[in-house]
Design a protein around this ligand. Structure first.
Ligand code: EPU
Length: 337
C-alpha cells in the first residue's frame, strides 16, 4: 500500500487538470482496501479518463493496484477474472494475443477494467456489458464484499447500477469477470469499419482479430485527441436517446441527421453532429475547446481549470437545447471539492 499526502492529481486525470487531494492511497489487495473503510470523504478512481475535477479534493482518493488476470475455460468460452487496475487496452491486446475473442471493437478505449464495469464502456457496436458475467465489489461503507451478476448491474447505454443515485460512490470494483469466445466473429456493421477495411485492401473473408483491432485503433486515432498531447476525457457528452416521435419531427427539419435505432420506441442521436451544427466544432471558450475532429470531445488547450471546461459544457448544452430542443448530459463524472 502506498500513501501520499497533499498529492497532485494532474497525472491521474486525462483532462490534465491541476488539482490536489488531501490523501492518495493505492492498495494492492482487497484486504488492504478493507483497512481503509470508513474514511470520509472518499473517492475511488481508475485511470482518470472519465473525470473532471472542479477543485482540490478535500478527502482521500483511492486507487486499486490489483492487476491479476485469471483465465479458466468454460465449454468453448474462456472466463477471465481480471483485477480492476488492469489497463483496459492491455487486456484487449492480451486476449487477442491468446486467441480469446470479443473485445476487438473496444480497442484503445482509455481507462482501467474497474471503470469498464461502472461506465459500461462502448464503441463500434460493442459494449462491456456484452462480455461481463460478474463484478466483484467491496462496499466502501461497511467493507463487505458483494458479487453483482450481469443482470444485477442493470446495464444500459453508458449506464449501470453503480452510477445510480442510490449506489454512486458506494462500491469499489475489485475484479471483473468477462466471458470471451475462442471463435473470432467480427462485428463490422458499425459506421465506418467495413469501409476502412476495404480502403486498406483487407480481404474481409480472411480478416484476423488483430487486423480488426489495428483498424479500430487507426479510426480512433484519426478522430480522438491523444490525452498525452491535449487533455481530454473522450466523449464529454452522452448521445441523447429520444422518442421516435421527437426523432421524426427533427428528421423532417434535418433530413441528413444521423441516428441509431435503439428499439421500436427510441432513437439515439449523435450529440457530436448536433454540436457541429451549432457551429461549436473547433471553437474555444478561454482555455477550453471543442475538438476540431470530433465535436463530442472537449479539450484542455493548456492550463484549463475544471470550471473552464464546465463553462464550455454549459455554453454548448445551451445552444444544442435552443436549436434542437434536446438537453444533452455529460458522460464525464464531475467531481466537486
Ligand atoms: N458526427 C458529426 N460531427 C462530429 C462528430 C460526429 O457529424 O463532430 C457524426 C458522425 O459523422 C456520425 C455520428 O455523428 O454520423 C456518430 O459519430 P461517431 O461514430 O464518431 O461516434 P459518436 O456517437 O460521436 C460514440 C461514442 C464513442 C465511440 C464512438 C464509436 C458516446 C458518448 N461516444 O461517439 O465513445 O468511440 O461512438 O463507437 O457514445 C467515449 O465514450 O469516450 C467515446 C469516444
Amino acid at each position: 500500500m502506498r500513501i501520499k499526502e497533499n498529492y497532485s492529481l494532474k497525472d491521474w486525470n486525462t483532462f490534465g487538470i491541476d488539482v490536489r487531494c488531501r490523501r492518495f492511497v493505492e492498495y494492492d489487495t482487497p484486504e488492504e482496501l478493507a483497512t481503509l473503510i470508513g474514511q470520509r470523504p472518499l473517492l475511488h478512481i481508475g485511470g482518470g479518463s472519465n473525470l473532471l475535477f472542479l477543485g482540490d479534493y478535500e478527502g482521500t482518493v483511492l486507487h486499486s493496484a490489483i492487476r491479476s488476470i485469471e483465465p479458466r475455460t468454460d465449454g468453448g468460452d474462456v472466463l477471465l477474472r481480471v483485477g480492476a487496475a488492469v489497463v483496459w487496452d492491455d487486456l484487449v491486446a492480451y486476449t487477442i494475443g491468446r486467441g480469446w475473442y470479443g473485445l476487438e471493437n473496444l480497442s484503445l478505449i482509455p481507462g482501467e477494467v474497474g471503470a469498464s464495469a461502472v461506465q459500461n464502456i462502448g464503441a463500434y457496436g460493442a459494449e462491456a456489458k456484452d462480455f461481463i458475467t460478474e463484478v466483484e465489489c467491496m462496499d466502501l461503507q461497511t467493507g463487505q464484499r458483494r458479487v453483482f451478476t450481469n443482470a444485477e448491474c442493470q446495464y444500459a447505454y453508458r449506464q449501470s447500477i453503480f452510477k445510480t443515485d442510490e449506489h454512486r460512490g458506494r462500491w469499489a470494483v475489485l475484479y471483473v469477470t468477462y466471458r470471451l469466445s475462442q471463435t473470432f466473429v467480427p462485428r463490422l456493421d458499425y459506421g465506418g469499419i467495413r469501409a476502412e477495411l476495404e480502403r486498406k485492401g483487407i480481404d474481409i473473408s480472411a480478416l484476423t482479430a488483430n487486423q480488426l483491432r489495428q483498424t479500430i485503433i487507426e479510426i480512433r486515432k484519426a478522430k480522438l485527441p491523444d490525452p498525452k498531447v491535449q487533455g481530454n476525457a473522450g466523449s464529454f457528452f452522452m448521445n441523447p436517446v429520444v422518442s421516435r416521435a421527437q426523432y421524426e419531427a427533427l428528421a423532417r427539419q434535418y433530413p441528413t441527421m444521423p441516428h441509431y435505432d435503439m428499439d421500436a420506441e427510441r432513437v439515439k442521436i449523435p450529440a457530436g453532429w448536433m454540436i457541429e451544427q451549432c457551429g461549436w466544432k473547433g471553437r474555444s471558450l478561454g482555455p477550453a475547446a471543442v475538438h476540431d475532429r470530433q465535436a463530442l470531445v472537449l479539450v484542455n488547450r493548456g492550463g484549463a481549470t475544471g470550471q473552464d471546461i464546465v463553462r464550455l459544457c454549459e455554453a454548448v448544452r445551451h445552444d444544442v437545447a435552443a436549436r434542437f430542443g434536446i438537453d444533452i448530459h455529460p458522460e464525464v463524472n464531475l467531481i466537486r471539492p
